[in-house]
Design a protein around this ligand. Structure first.
Ligand SMILES: [Ca+2]
Length: 321
């Protein structure tokens, strides 16, 4: 259009801007309907409940699917509903224990679980609490265990010494000494040592002796005076030991303990280079036998002659008088 109002061809407007559209649009939702729609969930009311509740959320939605302001929907018709379910993911478990502990073993004892309670108050199977064991330290009986006496520091001295070990034992294992509250028996002694080097047989052998029936015993109390080992001499045998270190014409005392193996008294005979003496050995208990003699020199021998029954000999010693 020209400035005077006359109509011109469209091309006359080419330099004065784009031709305005002849079709226009505008939003008009006045005819739309709105409705409440489900839209997700709220948090569960509990993480540990057989009846946990949660809200089902709603939004106001225009009929073309676009979310609208809540005010666009009728508040009076907004659904308010919840759902219920068992939710146990957040439960904790607490055990109750017996006041009676198990027997002490390996220095430990435990209290048995007698009930298991879930954090919502429900009693549940004990295995839910199985990891909550209650273990406490406990003390098993401790006893001294003594080693065998060592060899005498001198084989012919009134002040010879010998020692043995003492170990505190608990449940078959070595324990600190303080665990053993009983008084420790002597582990060192001074005395007049026997000239017989293997007269108690507590090393578990008959070394030095010839002709014997061998070593017997092994358990505490088998031998004389509660010892463990003895030397056996069967009928027809003659056990003999060569003793060195004795002085010629010096007075000595030979002592030994003996018992019939079958628990019946038995007769036998002992001799040294200078004496021969018949002896009677005990039946159910050991008899102590003593014989005085004079040394013959460095080749003295002790001979235990054959008897009518097998005899156990123990604690054989020669001491200066
Ligand atoms: Ca013995």
């Amino acid at each position: 259009m020209a400035t005077d109002g006359s109509v011109l061809a469209d091309a006359s407007c080419a330099t004065s801007g784009d031709k305005p559209s002849e079709i226009t649009t505008m939003a008009d939702y006045s005819g739309c309907s709105y409705a409440w729609q489900p839209n997700g969930f709220g948090d569960w009311s509990s993480s540990c409940s057989t009846k946990a509740m949660r809200d089902v959320k709603t939004i106001c939605q225009r009929q073309d699917g676009v979310t609208a302001e809540d005010a666009s929907c009728d508040a009076a018709t907004r659904p308010a509903y919840t759902e219920e379910a068992q939710i146990l993911a957040g439960c904790t478990y607490e055990a109750a224990y017996s006041t009676t502990y198990s027997t002490c073993a390996a220095e430990r004892q435990s209290a048995p679980i007698i009930s298991c309670t879930r954090s919502d108050g429900t009693k549940v199977d004990l295995d839910k609490c199985a990891e909550q064991s209650v273990v406490r330290a406990c003390e098993m009986p401790a006893t001294w265990s003594y080693g065998l006496w060592g060899t005498w520091s001198s084989m012919c001295s009134d002040s010879a010494k010998r020692t043995r070990s003492a170990t505190c034992m608990v449940d078959g294992k070595v324990a600190p000494d303080y665990r053993c509250t009983a008084a420790k028996e002597p582990v060192e002694e001074t005395g007049c040592a026997s000239i017989v080097p293997n007269g108690t047989f507590e090393n578990g052998n008959v070394n030095g002796w010839t002709g014997s029936d061998g070593i017997y015993g092994g358990a505490a109390g088998y031998g004389a005076d509660g010892s463990r080992y003895v030397m056996g001499v069967a009928p027809g045998q003659t056990a003999r030991l060569t003793v060195t270190g004795m002085e010629a014409n010096k007075a000595y005392t030979l002592t030994l303990m003996c018992k019939g193996r079958s628990n019946s008294p038995a007769t036998a005979r002992i001799s040294t280079n200078t004496i021969t003496q018949n002896i009677t050995c005990g039946g159910s208990t050991y008899a102590s036998v003593t014989a005085n003699f004079s040394g013959n020199g460095t080749t003295d021998t002790i001979t235990l002659y054959r008897s009518s029954a097998t005899i156990d000999y123990d604690n054989i010693s020669i001491q200066p008088r």
